[in-house]
Design a protein around this ligand. Structure first.
Ligand code: NI
Length: 171
């Protein structure tokens, strides 16, 4: 099932999500499958559960955008355990469509998370994968990439979005 993506302005995106306590259940496996399907439909490299209106600490990532099944990653209850270096690249978010801004992120990020079965693992990513780890973990803490840009740029984006909302073009 493809879920609609929740847009900026919905409080669920700015609410810290609840940890997952039950693993390897049919409900969780179905939700993960739906999250991948919804992410691919939206052509994203990552999707966090709050972005489909579900306030749980779950994210899916695929830096190949569906081209390479070995790139599919499930992060449940993720925590960032180490960061190294820096990179500045344009970043966007499925919940803030039409906008992209350069964002400074660490070059290398190590995340500790659980998989669908509840097994804990650690993984280190570089470049785009490192960016996805911090972007998606931020989502689960109620933070968006625009929290990492200047107040001036953030206000400009907010103003443009308010106009889109008024025009009925932000749904
Ligand atoms: Ni996002």
């Amino acid at each position: 099932m493809i879920y609609p993506i929740v847009k900026y302005g919905d409080p669920v995106l700015e609410t810290p999500a609840e940890p997952v306590t039950e693993f390897d259940t049919p409900e969780l496996n179905k939700l993960l499958e739906d999250m991948f399907e919804s992410m691919y439909a939206a052509k994203g490299v990552g999707l966090a559960a709050p972005q489909i209106g579900i306030s749980k600490r779950i994210a899916v990532i695929d830096t190949s955008v569906g081209e390479d099944p070995s790139k599919r990653l499930v992060l449940i209850n993720p925590e960032i355990v180490a960061c190294e270096g820096g990179q500045v690249e344009e970043e966007g978010c499925l919940s803030i469509p039409g906008f992209r801004e350069p964002v400074k992120r660490p070059k290398r990020v190590t995340v500790r998370a659980r998989n669908a079965k509840g097994e804990e693992f650690e993984m280190t990513g570089e470049d785009l994968l490192a960016r996805a780890f911090v972007h998606e973990t931020d989502h689960l803490n109620g933070k968006l990439y625009i929290n990492h840009i200047s107040v001036l740029k953030r206000d400009l984006i907010r103003r443009k979005i308010r106009k889109l909302i008024k025009a009925g073009e932000w749904t």
